[in-house]
Design a protein around this ligand. Sequence first.
Ligand code: CTP
Length: 446
Amino acid sequence: MVQGTCCLALSPLAPKSDRMANPKHILLIIGGGIAAYKAAELIRLIRKSGMTVRCVLTESGAQFVTPMTLAALSGNEVHSTLWSLKDETEMGHIQLSREADLIVICPATANLLAKMAGGIADDLATTLLLATDTPVLAVPAMNVRMWQHAATQRNLSQLQADGIMVMPPDEGDMACGEFGPGRLPEPEAVLAKISSVLESTALTGTGLAQSELGPNPLDGQPAFAPDRHRPLRGKHVLVTAGPTHEPIDPVRYIANRSSGRQGFAIAAAAADAGAQVTLVAGPVHLPTPAGVMRIDVETAIEMEQAVHDALPADVAIMVAAVADWRTDSQAGQKIKKQGAAPAPLKLTENPDILAGLARHEQRPGLLIGFAAETEKIAEHAKAKLEKKSCDWIVANDVSGPVGESVMGGTDNSVHIVTRTGTEIWERLLKMEVARRLVAKISEELA
Ligand code: CTP
């Protein structure tokens, strides 16, 4: 039986600033189980990371967490029935899943998983799940014996074969007094999973690893949905990403800790916004974003050449952490230890690719540099804007111990310094920084 209408109209839309920045939308389905209380914290974390969230509460979920709590935390009305006339006139249930970038079922009960595996649609949650082609992430939580039961495991295999992503439960003491797998992972871990799924969805357009899509980066690119706005359609966006490696000898090189994630996320977001994207990538282990033309390089000299070869471009975003120096000359053989003193290393300055692009006769109309700073972020960024004659500088605070700093991490706090002022974007997932930056670029070019 379906529960009666339960829609709380607190705020029909996400905050204006969120909408303007074109954030990712999560549709969160909350099943019935003691772990449902963790959904409340998950909603808070999702919103804090810059995404929006709308909740669907199942009848049994409502036994553990109230619609009022979910509405207050999500800032959106909560949906729980198929049979709400008001919902259908304001936002049909099909639309609920269409506007989402990812559907997350948390907690996913054994009952919900069984219905999904069997294609049953007898309430709002299961009907949405049967009627959608949006990627779905299920986060199961249940009693250990239910988890281990052959029926549940069979259903999980079926769901995974159907393309549903499943985040396995944690092992530990359960609310029912038993021990074993079945506990809902902590909300922080679920958020990390959501962001990695979204990142791979943005990177490949399908949620599949690029390796599963074939060697051509354009393979698997989804057809652009006609109803989505593509503000950068017809524009060529050039992005550099990752570190450069400057060889010392055949086995050693000078490098830095850049992971390339921020640049790849920007390339993915620009492609998602309809741009033709050329990504000049230093040595990184990341899949090529869908619809992006990737050129792999190793050294700063190679990167500069690839950037010039890619011109003309409407926008260039120089995210790469280019090594400032290269060795004077590269040894042909491995340099051997010579007694106590280390072999001397003579260095030469690398060309400044960004500054060179600013002087180029085919200078892109919008030239954006990144800056890695450990102190006086805005001040140094402004100086860099002048020195490199670019239009904007996106400055990262890279202070902090290794592993906690922005370099190589998954999130980022940035200052956007333009010729008219400075904006500060507090700690956001790199993917959200990318989306906001692409939204800002689109506004600038509009
Ligand atoms: N950059 C570049 N070529 C270089 C060095 C940097 O194109 N040889 C670009 C980077 O891609 C980035 C911007 O310049 O967009 C700033 O990089 P950053 O490392 O912060 O600045 P540097 O010029 O190296 O200055 P410093 O290290 O002295 O702060």
